[in-house]
Design a protein around this ligand. Sequence first.
Ligand SMILES: *[C@@H]1O[C@H](CO)[C@@H](O)[C@H](O)[C@H]1NC(C)=O
Ligand SMILES: *[C@@H]1O[C@H](CO)[C@@H](O)[C@H](O)[C@H]1NC(C)=O
Ligand SMILES: *[C@@H]1O[C@H](CO)[C@@H](O)[C@H](O)[C@H]1NC(C)=O
Length: 142
Amino acid sequence: MKRMLASSSPAMVLLFMVFAVLVMLPEASAKRWLVGDNMGWNSNVNYSTWVKGKHFYNGDWLFFVYDRNQIDVLEVNKNDYEKCNSDHPLHNWTTGAGRDDVPLNVTRNYYFISGKGGFCFKGMKVAIHVENLPPPPKEDDS
Ligand SMILES: *[C@@H]1O[C@H](CO)[C@@H](O)[C@H](O)[C@H]1NC(C)=O
Ligand SMILES: *[C@@H]1O[C@H](CO)[C@@H](O)[C@H](O)[C@H]1NC(C)=O
Ligand SMILES: *[C@@H]1O[C@H](CO)[C@@H](O)[C@H](O)[C@H]1NC(C)=O
């Protein structure tokens, strides 16, 4: 690798850098959050702790990975989130595969619970505050 870089022409290195920036750009503008990180969507995770310090922006995605036999993914309103009421979800994101993507495409609060297994009552719920993308850094064009 070292030898390869050393023998590359400056033009090649520049090309590589431009390519790297192009590849990184979409990553910077939309993030796909694996809910609970490597623990997934699971009754053993404290999701208020998981959410802490994170910034969710309009255009990001949530990716729920879980045991489809025991758990589901329901979007509910704030009141039902607090009461763990799964009787009238706003949206049932459960597709049946145990791997569900949820687009966070509106700047608002989202509330998710597992309606199955009574896990919500043990704390298996997550509230996501979605923010507008911050304005791009100002360019000094003087
Ligand atoms: C959610 O959708 C899944 C897949 O269609 C279905 O099996 C499940 O019963 C639904 N759950 C609720 C609470 O509507
Ligand atoms: C957000 O995504 C959902 C699901 O894909 C879609 O039904 C809805 O129209 C989208 N809303 C906006 C504002 O793009
Ligand atoms: C999650 O952790 C917070 C402190 O970070 C605590 O206040 C809260 O009670 C915990 N929730 C559950 C369901 O254990």
